[in-house]
Design a protein around this ligand. Structure first.
Ligand code: DQQ
Length: 545
């Protein structure tokens, strides 16, 4: 394992040099956060015989590289150590379940445990002789059976896991039960499945509280609990989730009855409407919160990836919890990120009149954190919403930041060049509709780079707010080639990869803008330059607290 594999890019964890750095087995153990990830030691590209990289942190901001935790060396994983999850068993014993690509290229589920549980960093991992633990059940294709979840314990004393799969044109999460974590039996009931999605990768299943932001242990249940099932659908590179009910007796999950197809890009709920895939959560018992990790893949070309020597980064970890309305999740960057904030710039009550572009000066705009609250004095002159506009991403492409509206487009021009030849616009546009206003959030777009051959989509999603107080917030984390944005307090999140040619380093600027006919006020804006953390630069971690 060589240190070059752990690059530094602003403050994002550029943990892996391949183009599938799925986060694997994130966990908190004895005061340390562990993140494992899909890593190809040989090239900045995905390869089947991938290994588990390993980094550790005390705050999920500063990271240190350790040796590869697992490599394909045994008959049950000789063709690859693919994604998997951690479970902390009673007695504080961490175990990993992961997918091995075996000697016959069959996907099987394996177990590994720390070689030395008194090693505070858990550097070495031991695969147990009992592997493989689980083979594809009857009717399941040998190459469509992967990515075991964190296990949860039922009141009946049985552990349960899900494995991503596809059966007869149904994307499906297969449930397995075990008393001792070694012998696993497939459930006879269908846990949950849906037609025409392709295989479900990296399923994640966890409880959320109906009463506040506190995260719950994966085995928690009770009256005040709802459940989240997330699946990664490669067809559209989307991490879809549903909020629903879980019946432990039947071991079946039923999503709440929300309108539309749960796995369609126009009606499904996504953790993030931009680049965000193969995500995984874990319960952080140190701070009683549930943390979300995800792979932010490249829009850059494979040739550029080779030239850079790396591809793919990890999103900033997010805390997530159920919205008070019980219909969706809210997400917010972990509070520890604030330790990187410096040189605060503040604005208050600043009107953005029609057509204004206002530079936020005094920060390093290529590496910044911005929180802004907009006030919309009146929604009177909003454009009318045509109910046939059901595809938010398409609408953002058609009505980009240059297309004048009534209320908006207003928001931020991030990673902008001085003369605005390049910028990544993150903005809202408000429409008038029958019951309540329709709010569109967009990010990305063709102007993000002058480089022609890049993939430069305009991502978009609707934000479920009623704007009763006439206000909406936006937070953006800007880090050279990535902009992670959180609309309306984390209701709608969009992550974009962008590769400006002019707006680079000290040449990058940040503007607030309004291209609507109606004035919008910046009620308040706070922006910070973000310092660069320790990002996988060494193998040392101080264990002193
Ligand atoms: N990447 C892993 C698989 C998973 C996919 C292989 C998702 O286990 O299904 O690198 O990106």
């Amino acid at each position: 394992f060589n240190i070059v594999s752990c690059f530094l890019l602003g403050w994002h964890s550029n943990l892996s040099n391949n183009n599938s750095p799925d986060p694997n087995g994130p966990m908190y153990y004895n005061g340390i956060y562990h993140l494992f990830y899909q890593y190809n030691p040989k090239a900045a590209a995905w390869a089947s015989d991938i290994v588990w990289g390993h980094s550790v942190s005390k705050d999920m901001v500063n990271w240190f590289c350790l040796d590869v935790a697992m490599a394909p060396m045994d008959s049950f994983d000789v063709n690859g150590c693919w994604s998997g999850s951690a479970t902390i068993l009673p007695g504080n014993k961490p175990v990993m379940l992961y997918t091995g690509i075996d000697i016959n290229n069959v996907q099987v589920q394996n177990i590994a445990v720390p070689k030395n549980s008194s090693d505070p960093l858990l550097v070495e991992w031991k695969k147990l002789h009992k592997n493989p633990l689980i083979l594809p059940p009857n009717g399941i294709n040998a190459t469509s059976f992967r990515d075991p979840t964190t296990a949860w314990l039922g009141k009946d004393g049985y552990w349960r896991i899900l494995v991503g799969s596809e059966r007869s044109n149904l994307g499906t999460a297969l449930l397995f039960r075990s008393k001792d974590f070694m012998e696993w039996t497939a459930s006879e009931n269908n846990f949950h499945s849906a037609p025409d999605t392709g295989i479900w990768e990296c399923p994640d299943f966890f409880p959320v509280s109906l009463k506040g932001k506190k995260g719950l242990d994966t085995s928690e249940s009770g009256a005040d609990v709802k459940y989240i099932l997330k699946v990664s659908v490669q067809r559209t590179w989307s991490d879809f989730y549903t909020v629903g009910a879980y019946c432990l007796n039947k071991d079946a999950y039923v999503p709440d009855n929300t309108p539309g197809n749960h796995y369609s890009t126009t009606t499904g709920l996504k953790f993030d409407y931009g680049k965000f895939y193969a995500s995984k959560t874990f319960f952080d018992e140190a701070k009683n919160r549930r943390i979300l990790w995800a792979w932010v893949n490249e829009s850059d070309s494979a040739a550029d990836d080779f030239a850079k020597g790396w591809a793919g980064i990890q999103a900033i970890p997010r805390t997530l919890w159920l919205d008070r309305n019980g219909k969706q999740l809210l997400q917010w960057p972990i509070e520890e990120l604030k330790t990187l904030r410096t040189n605060e710039v503040k604005l208050k009550k600043t009107p953005l009149t029609k057509g204004s572009v206002f530079e936020v000066q005094g920060i390093t705009a290529a590496q910044a954190d911005i929180e802004v609250r907009f006030r919309l004095p009146s929604l009177e002159n909003a454009e009318s919403f045509d109910p046939s506009w059901n595809d938010a991403q398409q609408l953002c492409g058609r009505k980009d930041a240059t297309v004048q509206g009534g209320i908006g487009p207003f928001g931020l021009l991030t990673l902008a060049s001085k003369d605005l030849d390049e910028y990544t616009a993150v903005f809202f546009r408000v429409f008038k509709a029958q019951d309540k206003p329709v709010v569109l959030m967009c990010s990305g777009g063709i102007r993000s780079s002058l480089k022609v051959e890049l993939d430069k989509p305009s991502y978009g999603a609707f934000v479920d707010v009623d704007l009763i107080d006439g206000e909406i917030s936006l937070r953006s984390l800007i880090d050279h080639t990535v902009v992670e944005s959180f609309g309306a307090g984390g209701k709608t999140c969009i992550t974009t990869r962008v590769y400006p040619t002019l707006a680079v380093g000290m040449e990058a600027h940040l503007y607030a803008f309004n291209n609507g006919t109606e004035t919008v006020e910046i009620k308040r804006l706070n922006a910070w330059t973000m310092q660069t953390p320790n990002m996988n630069l060494g193998h040392e971690i101080s264990l002193a607290t």
